[in-house]
Design a protein around this ligand. Structure first.
Ligand code: NAP
Length: 558
């Protein structure tokens, strides 16, 4: 245990200065905390001070688990870089999935708890760094999610801004009113056809936003700028010109990453005609049959696609035969199965004109016999004016913490962050791949005691909101296993009172002039948005500019 204690203390002693009789923690000349230092006390401090970086689902579930486990013996600081809490629930969950957002009620009561301090508008790396957070708390849990994207790495992917290629994350942030995506150059009045690469649930969210009748979104909290583009307005008229969406999947319908419930919603609630690029795309191989037999969800996805495509072609045939009673669908959804994107095609001026794809076959050539898409050398062009890349989110590194650039996660064992090695230094964000490197026994880096990770940053960008509950439980279990050592390390460093936690952090941020949005200030903004929503007959009217948010939160903004 003592070895662990000294490791924990070392993490910040190199950047801190101390007086001999008073524990006066200074960092870069700023006094963070002081307390009478006693070496004779055997008692451990009463409270465990934990800092959670990120207030999305994984962050809040971590706080929840900590409160349940430690009762009054814990105080948690929960940080967000935005003035608004809830991360992906606010900026990621589709506006027409309001039920999913009900979890905000649970998170709000957690944040309002006296044992919790919400500190919004605090960017780690700009306003405070990880070492400072560690010096002020017994433990830090990184829960800042995935705010970047996997890349296709194909020609034409990167155009000048406004050149029609966006990640699904950017598009979702745009329609959800995330301040960073508020001004993306998206003009749906000029877009007729959209190719979405990938067929996971995020791709379906994007397809629904583009294809469903705009009235579906009027009562929701879809950002006003996005709603105006979908519906048009009395000044500009217009509205969305989108008439077709292509879901481009490198494998077949049986391997689609989406889930049946979400697929059914798109196919039955949105008034679309579903088609496949070619008739043979619903032919199943023996391996497909075996896969469907083994997994009911896969069979269900296949059945839903087949049924929808069958109904659309029957309706087409009836219309062609003069039957006017068959349902008129407003927009087309093309399944482009067995198609791998190879190039974004651009016309003069850089505007997107199409997506070039290579036809593929699915073979069991992946690790452990998993099916992978193999190119055929035959190419097609999907005409489109906009491309959305929905192939997965990716986390970003933070200074001073190990990072696996290839997987886009912080290397960890059950949530315990592994120490940085040459191969996993976060400066490797420039692009080097990760490796196990030296550091611990047998070349496996040792755990960086006192530093933990949870959520997409820990396991990669998979799973629904509820997945984070189990994930947070695991990380808090790991933290709890270290708690005694952490408490003693805190006592050695700070005296019997332990580190200052949220109070010390708030003092530091005040000293630095950071406009911290605490829970009371956030509630002002929350009330403002809800009232504006009520007036417009909507769930909420989101504020989408940080300056305006801060003004409503009670700060003087010039
Ligand atoms: P996802 O489910 O992992 O789907 C990613 C898609 O991108 C797959 O179709 C994948 O194809 C494809 N892809 C990956 N790399 C590619 C490449 N280089 N070229 C072409 N295609 C590529 O990811 P997601 O849609 O971003 O969703 C993330 C998580 O959030 C998932 O667990 C999802 O269920 C969850 N989510 C849930 C909901 C909901 O429950 N309503 C809503 C949104 C998100 P392969 O399969 O061939 O790799």
């Amino acid at each position: 245990m003592l070895r662990l204690v000294s490791q924990g203390a070392l993490a910040f002693s190199s950047t801190s200065t101390w007086s001999s009789s008073i524990t006066s923690l200074t960092y870069r000349g700023i006094r963070l905390w002081s307390a009478a230092y006693t070496t004779t006390s055997n008692s451990v401090p009463e409270k465990l001070h934990v800092c959670v970086v990120g207030s999305g689902p994984s962050g809040f579930y971590t706080v929840d688990r900590l409160l349940k486990r430690y009762g009054d013996g814990v105080h948690v600081s929960i940080l967000d870089r935005l003035p608004t809490p809830f991360g992906l629930v606010r900026s990621g969950v589709a506006p027409d999935h309001q039920d999913t957002k009900n979890v905000i009620n649970q998170f709000s009561s957690i944040a309002g708890d006296a044992r919790v301090s919400f500190l919004g508008n605090v960017l780690v790396g700009r306003d405070v760094d990880v070492n400072e957070l560690r010096a002020l708390h017994h433990a830090v849990v990184l829960a800042y999610g995935a705010e970047s994207d996997r890349r296709l790495d194909i020609p034409g992917e990167d155009g000048s801004p406004g050149a029609g290629v966006f990640s699904a994350r950017e598009f979702v942030w745009w329609y959800n009113g995330h301040p960073d995506a508020r001004h993306l150059p998206i003009d749906l009045s000029k877009v007729r056809s959209v190719a979405i690469c990938g067929i996971g649930n995020v791709a379906l969210d994007c397809a629904r936003a583009l294809l469903a009748p705009p009235l579906r979104f009027v009562p929701t909290d879809l950002a006003a700028h996005a709603l105006a583009q979908l519906t048009g307005d009395h000044q500009t008229g217009g509205g969305s010109a989108v008439r077709e969406v292509h879901l481009v999947a490198r494998r077949g319908p049986v391997q689609a990453a989406c889930t049946p419930k979400e697929l059914k919603e798109l196919l039955t609630d949105c008034g679309v005609s579903a088609r496949t690029a070619t008739p043979d795309q619903l032919t199943v191989s023996e391996a497909d049959s075996a896969e469907m037999k083994a997994t009911r969800l896969k069979r269900r996805v296949f059945e839903l696609v087949s049924k929808a495509v069958g109904e659309a072609s029957a309706a087409d045939a009836a219309t062609a035969a003069g039957d006017r009673s068959s349902p008129q669908r407003r927009r087309d959804l093309f399944f482009q199965f067995y198609r791998n994107p190879v190039e974004v095609l651009r016309g003069p001026g850089g505007a997107v004109t199409g997506l070039r794809v290579e036809r593929t076959a699915v073979r069991p050539d992946g690790p452990g016999g998993t099916s992978v898409a193999v190119g055929s050398g035959v190419f097609d062009t999907i005409p489109c004016d906009m491309v959305l890349k929905s192939i997965g989110y990716k986390s970003l590194p933070v200074q001073g913490v190990a990072f696996d650039c290839r997987r886009g996660v912080i290397p960890n064992v059950a949530g315990r962050v592994l120490q940085q090695t040459n191969a996993t230094a976060s400066s490797a964000a420039s692009g080097s791949t990760s490796g196990s490197g030296g550091g611990g026994k047998g070349g496996v880096p040792a755990a960086d005691v006192g530093l933990y990770v949870v959520g997409w940053l820990k396991r990669g960008p998979t799973g629904i909101i509820g997945t984070n509950l189990v994930d947070a439980e695991e990380t808090v279990d790991s933290l709890a296993g270290d708690a005694e050592a952490l408490l003693r390390a805190g006592e050695m460093s700070h005296g019997s009172a332990g580190p200052p936690g949220a109070a010390g952090l708030e003092a530091l941020l005040r000293q630095r002039g950071v406009r911290v949005v605490g829970w009371r200030r956030w509630r002002l903004l929350d009330e403002h948005e809800l009232a504006a929503g009520r007036a417009a007959g909507r769930v909420r009217e989101k504020v989408t500019e940080v300056r305006e948010m801060l003004r409503i939160c009670g700060f003087a903004v010039e």
